[in-house]
Ligand binder design. Structure first.
Ligand code: SAM
Length: 497
C-alpha cells in the first residue's frame, strides 16, 4: 500500500470513529430545506385538506403543467395555428362552450366555513401548546385552559408560572440566560437556535416569533361583516389567446421561437396564473398596478389583453424589476415607444405606494411560501433555517400589501390578491386580516366576489378545491391530470359610496 493510500484509509477510519463518538448515526439523514417544507406541509396540509392531501402531494412533487399566452406583438395567427396543430386548446373557447353546460346550484358554504375554521383552530392550538411545552416544559400549561373562560380544573404540580400571564408577558419577564447569548460573528445563525433552543432565554427576544404565532394569523372572529356577491361569468378579454393541453394530456408546447418582428411568440406560465388576471375583469382604458410584478408573467398577460391604458409594474428590488424589463423587451415589438407611455416599471416597497384613486385594478400577487418550488428545490428556499423569521412573518407582509392596495384602488375598482401557496393562513387568513384593518381604519365599503359559479366552466382544466370551504378566495390545487397550481386568488371590489 503506498503512502497516500494509507493516509486515505486512516482518514476514513478517523471519520467513522468521530461519527461514532459524536453519537451521530453514520446513516442519519441530513434535513434539506425541501425536506423541512414537505414535513411541515404533511403536518399542516394533511390536517387542512384531509384525504385530498395525498393526491395534492403527489402532484406537487410531479412535473408541472403550463399554459401558453400567445404574443400579440408577434406573428399571432401563425403562433395560434402552430399551437392548434400541436393539439393545444384555446382556453377562452373552452370556457365559452362549457359555460353553457352549467346551471347554478345552491351552495353549502356556511357549513364548509365552520369545518375549515375548526380544523385550523385545532391545529393552531396544537402549535401553541408545543411552543408552551418548549418554553415551560411538558405538563405545565394547557392551551385550552388558557382559552377557556372557566377557571382551569387541570391539576398543576409546580405552580411556578402564573396561570394568568399571557405568553407575551411570560416572555417579557423571562430571564436572559447569558450562557446562551449568541455572538453572530462566530457564524452560529439564529435559525439554528430557533430550532434547538426554546425561544425564551435569548437576547434580543423582541425579534423572535414563535412557529405558533404564524398560525394565529388565521382569525375566525366575525366582529365585522363582509358583503359577498356572487358572479357567474369571467370576463375573458377578446385578444387574450391562451392555450392549454386537455386534461390528462402532458404534451410539451413547441419551443418558444422568434417571430418576424424579432419578439418571442409565446410565454409559458403556470395555468393557475391566468385566473388572478382574469379575475381583474380588465376593461378598456383601465389603469392597472401590479404591485409585486417580477418576474413578470402576469404583467405580460395584462399587457397582452390590449385593454389597459396604463400599466405600472412594481417590485421590491431593482434586480427583480430588471427581470420584468427583460420580459417586456423580449415580448413587446415597440418596447421603446410603450415604455413610460403605457408601461412603467418601478422598484420599491409596495407597502409605501401612496398614489390613491389612480388605479382601476390592482394585482397583489404577494411573496409567499411558493409551495411547489420549496418541495422541489433547495436553492432560494424559504424553509432554509436562515429564513425562518422571514417565513413566519409572511402573513404580516402579505396583509400589509393587500391593505395598501385596498386603500389605493379607485372606488368602483377591483383588487385581486393571489398566492401560489396552499396555506389558508396566507390566503383567506390574510384577506380576513386586511378586510378587518380596512373596516377599522377607513370608511371604505368593500365586497368580495364569490366566483364559484363563474369558475365552474373551468373545472375541466383546473382542480378547484372548494371542499375545505374557503370564505373568500378560490384555490387551484395540484392534480396529476391537470398539474397546475397551487394558485389561490380572491377578488375584492371597492364600492362607490
Ligand atoms: N406576479 C409575479 C409574476 O406573475 O411573475 C410573481 C410575483 S412573486 C410571487 C412575488 C414578488 O414580490 C417577488 O418578485 C418579490 O421580489 C416581490 N416583493 C416582495 N416584497 C415586496 C414588497 N414589499 N413590495 C413589492 N414587491 C415585493
Amino acid at each position: 500500500m503506498n503512502k497516500s493510500k494509507i493516509l486515505h484509509e486512516f482518514t476514513k477510519i478517523n471519520r467513522i470513529l468521530r461519527r461514532y463518538k459524536s453519537k451521530q448515526h453514520w446513516a442519519s439523514k441530513k434535513l434539506f430545506p425541501k425536506d423541512r417544507a414537505l414535513e411541515q406541509f404533511d403536518d399542516f396540509y394533511g390536517n387542512v385538506y384531509g384525504n385530498d392531501w395525498k393526491s395534492i402531494r403527489v402532484a406537487l412533487l410531479s412535473e408541472h403543467k403550463y399554459c401558453a399566452v400567445v404574443n400579440n406583438f408577434g406573428d399571432t395567427e401563425k403562433t395560434i395555428q402552430n399551437l392548434e396543430n400541436n393539439g393545444a386548446i384555446n382556453v377562452r373557447a373552452l370556457y365559452e362552450v362549457n359555460r353553457q353546460n352549467y346551471l347554478e346550484k345552491s351552495s353549502e358554504k356556511v357549513e364548509k366555513i365552520y369545518k375549515l375554521d375548526n380544523t385550523i383552530d385545532k391545529f393552531k392550538d396544537a402549535k401553541i401548546q408545543k411552543d408552551f411545552e418548549n418554553i415551560y416544559g411538558e405538563n405545565e400549561i394547557n392551551v385550552r385552559d388558557l382559552k377557556s373562560e372557566e377557571p382551569s380544573t387541570a391539576k398543576v404540580e409546580e405552580p411556578e408560572i402564573k396561570r394568568d400571564l399571557s405568553l407575551q408577558k411570560s416572555l417579557d419577564s423571562a430571564q436572559i440566560d447569558y450562557s446562551r447569548i449568541i455572538n453572530p460573528d462566530v457564524g452560529l445563525s439564529g435559525s439554528a437556535l430557533y430550532e434547538y433552543i426554546p425561544a425564551t432565554k435569548l437576547k434580543g427576544m423582541e425579534d423572535w416569533i414563535l412557529e405558533s404565532d404564524h398560525y394565529r394569523y388565521y382569525e375566525t372572529s366575525s366582529e365585522f361583516s363582509v358583503k359577498i356577491v356572487k358572479e357567474n361569468k369571467l370576463n375573458f378579454p377578446e385578444h387574450l389567446h391562451i392555450y392549454s393541453y386537455d386534461r390528462g394530456n402532458i404534451s410539451h408546447f413547441p419551443s418558444v421561437r422568434k417571430c418576424s418582428t424579432g419578439v418571442l411568440d409565446k410565454y409559458l406560465l403556470d395555468g393557475g396564473s391566468i385566473l388572478p388576471v382574469l379575475a381583474l375583469d380588465l376593461q378598456p382604458k383601465d389603469h392597472v398596478l401590479d404591485m409585486c410584478a417580477a418576474p413578470g408573467g402576469k404583467s405580460l398577460m395584462i399587457m397582452q389583453s390590449l385593454l389597459t391604458d396604463y400599466l405600472v409594474c412594481n417590485d421590491l428590488q431593482e434586480s427583480r424589476s430588471r427581470r420584468v424589463i427583460n420580459v417586456f423587451k423580449q415580448y413587446l415589438y415597440d418596447y421603446d415607444r410603450i415604455i413610460n407611455n403605457k408601461l412603467v416599471i418601478t422598484n420599491g416597497d409596495a407597502r409605501g405606494i401612496t398614489e390613491s384613486n389612480v388605479f382601476d385594478k390592482i394585482l397583489v400577487d404577494v411573496p409567499c411560501t411558493t409551495d411547489r418550488h420549496v418541495v422541489m428545490e433547495n436553492d432560494n428556499n424559504i424553509f432554509k433555517p436562515t429564513r425562518i423569521k422571514e417565513r413566519l412573518r409572511l402573513p404580516e407582509l402579505q396583509a400589509a400589501l393587500l391593505t395598501n392596495a385596498l386603500k389605493l384602488v379607485k372606488p368602483g375598482g377591483t383588487v385581486v390578491y393571489s398566492t401560489c401557496s396552499l396555506s389558508p393562513i396566507q390566503n383567506d387568513g390574510v384577506v380576513h386580516m386586511a378586510l378587518k384593518k380596512i373596516w377599522q381604519e377607513t370608511n371604505f365599503e368593500l365586497t368580495v366576489s364569490d366566483l364559484s359559479e363563474a369558475l365552474k366552466p373551468m373545472n375541466c382544466l383546473f382542480k378547484i378545491n372548494d371542499r375545505i370551504g374557503l370564505k373568500y378566495g378560490h384555490i387551484v390545487v395540484p392534480f396529476l391530470p391537470n398539474n397546475f397550481g397551487p394558485m389561490n386568488f380572491c377578488k375584492i371590489n371597492k364600492n362607490i359610496t
